[in-house]
Design a protein around this ligand. Structure first.
Ligand SMILES: Cc1cc2nc3c(=O)[nH]c(=O)nc-3n(C[C@H](O)[C@H](O)[C@H](O)COP(=O)(O)OP(=O)(O)OC[C@H]3O[C@@H](n4cnc5c(N)ncnc54)[C@H](O)[C@@H]3O)c2cc1C
Ligand SMILES: *[C@@H]1O[C@H](CO)[C@@H](O)[C@H](O)[C@H]1NC(C)=O
Ligand SMILES: *[C@@H]1O[C@H](CO)[C@@H](O)[C@H](O)[C@H]1NC(C)=O
Ligand SMILES: *[C@@H]1O[C@H](CO)[C@@H](O)[C@H](O)[C@H]1NC(C)=O
Ligand SMILES: *[C@@H]1O[C@H](CO)[C@@H](O)[C@H](O)[C@H]1NC(C)=O
Ligand SMILES: *[C@@H]1O[C@H](CO)[C@@H](O)[C@H](O)[C@H]1NC(C)=O
Ligand SMILES: *[C@@H]1O[C@H](CO)[C@@H](O)[C@H](O)[C@H]1NC(C)=O
Length: 541
């Protein structure tokens, strides 16, 4: 850890010396600068003793002085002062000023020069006021599961706001709702709820964070039956750009509530969600491993099932095709024995049993699925595309993908999947029934294609990512030609260069933009947030 922080200090020191000599005369009076400092310290509403400490810390900083007087300043040094301020405000063990090592998850590719770990909602309010005063770049992380570099991580001067300590999970006394703090992960959510015989519509893999999931909608096994994770929200408690902590729900700030159900990181920092629970606990599941030669038959059956078996909303199918093997899972939202809904698949013999037919629980399934994803630090990507239901289309795009993915695997070692996620008409209907959301999900059966891509070397980034990019193009080209096109892109699967919010429809996008400005008139989340699906920057993504 030492070498890097020493280098940072040396660099910061050097540039400070440069600006000292250039602006030597202004070292004397700092009356002008005191005003904004006073206003800032005031806005924090601190205890009297703390006011003095923060004030004293800030007034002696000539680099801050230069910044406030619009003279030449050092942005690395300024970010360091922002961080130093947070050390005073939150305590030293809530701020890491040289987080060389990664704080939680493997997915992050970048290292910020400072990270904060708020212990309470009020801390988050102090943090957002502070980054704003200093004009410091920041980024918000809950589970850190987004593989898009820069979305929940940051390189260079700036602050990582890591919500991992805000991770409480508390079920209401009547069991009808559960309060979830953003730093909780779904594995912990399902294991906590399991003894109470309820679950919640969240994400399928235990490591995924609560915070990011809802903001992109959130797809779960039983989203066809109950809607997206966001559709099942009762309340969102959020810290706005000005530090106010407010509730958004069906009665208060209803426009904001609507926007948060899929509108991404454009509105504030969510510090707590309250979701309605579902009565599903016991369920039936089974999964098998299949050979590549069986993929065409599986894709045929999948399309047929979407048009027939999927009418039983308790049923869903998970299909993950890899270069070597294919995994096919059948899930039913109550105990069962060989549900009829899946009968189209029963004639396709599996090579091996991955999970035998089981009456398990949502929790036991989640834990099993967790072991199937790699947690090794390496480079990752995912990508979204959609289409209407059509077996020939599925097979044609799959053939294209297989050729490309195989070639790139042979040259780089990259692994990737071809995954179809079924979306019955009822998913969007649940959304409308439960108050509406901005996502504009089509109200007919369709599918959300995605891919999980893992590779090792930075030098291969471009060649590896070219495969999912070309595959999305192929979906578009063939589905447009055949009248099977679906413009919608699922935000939680969308890669850094995609534009999911723009696929929500012109009217929804316009409304999302207006709501963003209403709750963040200074565009703090648009301009200071490092990256993410930022609604005023959609054209450059
Ligand atoms: C293997 C794998 C499986 C997945 N499975 C599913 C699935 O089953 N269902 C599904 O819907 N998605 C799934 N995803 C996608 C995943 O849900 C999204 O990437 C989601 O954003 C991750 O949430 P997080 O809190 O871990 O994200 P982070 O990486 O922490 O954040 C993602 C984005 O949300 C913002 N953000 C996070 N928390 C907050 C907050 N509290 N307030 C404001 N902004 C915030 C971040 O700034 C960032 O822009 C999967 C992804 C992978 C790689
Ligand atoms: C980061 O942390 C891990 C686990 O604590 C440790 O094994 C590793 O050596 C650390 N890496 C660096 C660069 O400090
Ligand atoms: C959950 O269900 C089991 C089995 O039906 C029952 O024994 C138990 O009391 C239930 N627990 C709660 C908290 O309702
Ligand atoms: C699961 O439960 C169903 C219905 O209760 C029962 O018919 C079936 O035999 C059980 N299956 C297994 C594998 O235990
Ligand atoms: C990749 O290598 C495998 C095994 O050698 C081979 O069967 C396959 O054809 C290769 N793929 C391409 C696209 O060349
Ligand atoms: C790709 O998959 C193989 C086989 O499971 C594994 O050994 C390898 O480590 C994976 N490579 C990457 C980059 O994830
Ligand atoms: C904070 O911003 C919101 C939304 O713009 C506004 O309604 C509220 O009055 C502001 N609060 C303060 C204390 O300025």
């Amino acid at each position: 850890m030492a070498p890097l922080s020493v280098i940072c200090l040396v660099l910061a020191g050097a540039s400070q010396v440069a600006s000292f000599s250039r602006f030597a005369p202004s070292l004397a009076p700092r009356l002008n600068a005191n005003k904004p400092i006073d206003a800032f310290v005031d806005s924090l509403r601190l205890q009297k003793e703390q006011v003095q400490v923060v004030h004293d810390y800030l007034v002696k900083d000539s680099n801050l002085d230069a910044y406030l007087e619009h003279r030449s300043y050092d942005s690395t040094q300024l970010a360091a002062t922002a961080c130093g301020t947070l050390e005073i405000l939150l305590g030293k063990d809530s701020v890491d000023t040289s987080p060389v090592n990664e704080t939680v998850v493997q997915e992050t590719w970048l290292s910020p020069n400072c990270a904060s770990f708020p212990d309470a909602k009020a801390d988050v309010s102090l943090i957002i006021k502070t980054v704003q005063f200093f004009g410091t770049q920041f980024v918000v992380r809950s589970g850190g599961h987004s593989p898009n570099p820069g979305f929940s991580s940051l390189a260079g001067p700036g602050l990582l706001i890591d919500l991992q300590r805000l991770n409480r999970i508390s079920l209401s006394r009547d069991g009808k709702t559960v309060a979830l703090e953003p730093g909780a992960r779904w594995g912990a959510v399902y294991s906590t709820l399991d003894p109470y015989n309820v679950s919640v519509i969240g994400a399928r893999i235990p490591h995924v964070g609560v915070g990011g999931t809802f903001l992109g909608g959130g797809y779960f096994h039983f989203s066809g039956q109950y809607g997206t994770a966001a559709d099942n929200l009762k309340n969102v408690n959020i810290v706005l750009a000005n530090g106010s902590i407010i509730d958004a729900n069906a009665k208060e700030s209803t426009d904001l509530f609507w926007a948060l159900k899929g509108g991404g990181p454009n509105y504030g920092i969510v510090v707590e969600y309250v979701a309605y629970t579902t009565p599903v606990k016991d369920m039936w599941y089974q999964a098998g491993i299949y050979a590549s030669a069986q993929v065409p038959a599986i894709l045929d059956a999948f399309a047929k099932w979407q048009n027939t078996g999927a009418a039983d909303l308790k049923s869903t199918v998970a299909l993950i095709i890899g270069l070597q093997t294919t995994t096919l899972g059948f899930f039913y939202s109550e105990p069962a024995s060989k549900p009829k809904a899946f009968e189209l698949f029963y004639d396709i013999p599996s090579l091996a049993v991955a999970i035998p037919p089981t009456n398990g629980t949502v929790n036991s399934l989640t834990q099993v699925l967790g072991s199937t994803f790699s947690n090794v630090p390496q480079r990752h990507d995912y990508r979204a595309a959609s289409s209407k239901v059509d077996a020939q289309l599925y097979n044609d795009v799959y053939d294209f993908w297989r050729q490309e993915a195989s070639a790139v695997h042979n040259t780089t070692g990259a692994n990737m999947t071809f995954t179809l996620q079924p979306v019955p008409a009822n998913l969007a209907q649940e959304g409308s029934r439960k108050g509406g959301n901005p996502m504009g999900v089509p109200t007919e059966a369709h599918q959300w294609w995605t891919t999980i891509v893992d590779w090792t070397h930075a030098k291969d980034d471009e060649i590896v990512r070219a495969v999912p990019i070309a595959t999305e193009k192929k979906w578009k080209e063939l589905s447009e030609k055949r009248g099977l096109d679906v413009k919608y892109r699922f935000l939680n699967d969308a890669s850094r260069d995609q534009n999911p919010l723009a696929t929500y429809g012109t009217e929804n996008l316009q409304r999302l933009k207006q709501i963003a400005i209403k709750y963040d008139p200074g565009k703090v989340f648009q301009n200071l947030q490092n990256d993410g699906f930022l609604i005023y920057q959609q054209s450059i993504h």
